[in-house]
Design a protein around this ligand. Structure first.
Ligand SMILES: [Zn+2]
Length: 238
């Protein structure tokens, strides 16, 4: 593996490890191209997985891959300032204005990683869907019901199924948020390239994170810093 500055990479403050993946965004609209950034060494593995998916008539696509610390910070601040909805477990908007700071933070953390701890910083992780399964004007919601029994049920089953031919590549990808472990809400659409992601996961360092958060304009910074160990324990290492 190439040498990257792992501290910066893990925190989402570098992009040397990325390359652009240009795949058709939606079925039926070949002109609509969308560049997503993924890890240079993960790209050939993803292409391989995509080929195997195609042999089962699944058109694997990435809807979201790399996000930087600043992009994650923007989402975080929008949620805590009320300009972007904070959702409950059933994807219904929550009124966070009457909550105390820690309750507000926990409500956001259910669906949104604390900047500096998102697996999307690494380029090894992405949100996927099956372009062959959606009607032309369908807009993807990324909710659990789409994956269990919904439009992406076949993709969901395919990701877990086994066959000798594709096992070599498929077992290298896993879904870290498939089940609810009390921290992050289930995200069956989130796929991770395990061999590299595991390395970065081990590199998460509370000291680096504390420094990065302290130097950022993050809403609820004080409470985040006070509760940082607990946040990392529940939402990152759980
Ligand atoms: Zn994701």
């Amino acid at each position: 593996m190439q040498k990257y500055n792992l501290e910066k990479l893990v925190l989402g403050t570098s992009d040397d490890h990325l390359c652009c993946l240009n795949e058709n965004a939606f079925k039926g609209d070949l002109n609509q191209k969308k560049c997503v950034f993924i890890h240079t060494e993960v790209l050939p593995m993803y292409q391989k997985l995509k080929l195997f998916a195609k042999s089962s008539d699944i058109e694997l696509r990435i809807i979201s891959a790399y996000r930087s610390f600043d992009q994650q910070l923007k989402i975080w601040n929008q949620k805590l300032s009320g300009s972007r909805p904070v959702l409950d477990d059933f994807s219904r908007p929550l009124d966070i204005s009457k909550m105390d700071a820690w309750q507000r933070i926990r409500s956001v953390l259910r669906w949104t990683a604390l900047p500096g701890t998102s697996r999307h910083h690494w380029g090894t992780d992405f949100d996927i869907y099956d372009a062959s399964a959606i009607p032309k004007s369908y807009s993807i919601k990324l909710i659990s019901s789409e994956y269990s029994g919904g439009v992406f049920n076949r993709l969901d089953t395919w990701l877990d199924s086994k066959d000798a031919e594709s096992d070599d590549i498929r077992t290298k990808f896993f879904r870290p948020y498939k089940k609810d472990k009390g921290g992050v809400a289930p995200e069956p659409w989130h796929l991770s390239y395990k061999p590299i992601a595991d390395i970065y996961h081990k590199k998460i360092d509370i000291g680096f994170l504390k420094r990065q958060i302290s130097n950022s304009e993050i809403i609820e910074r004080q409470t985040i810093l006070q509760r940082l160990e607990e946040i990392v324990e529940t939402y990152v290492f759980n």
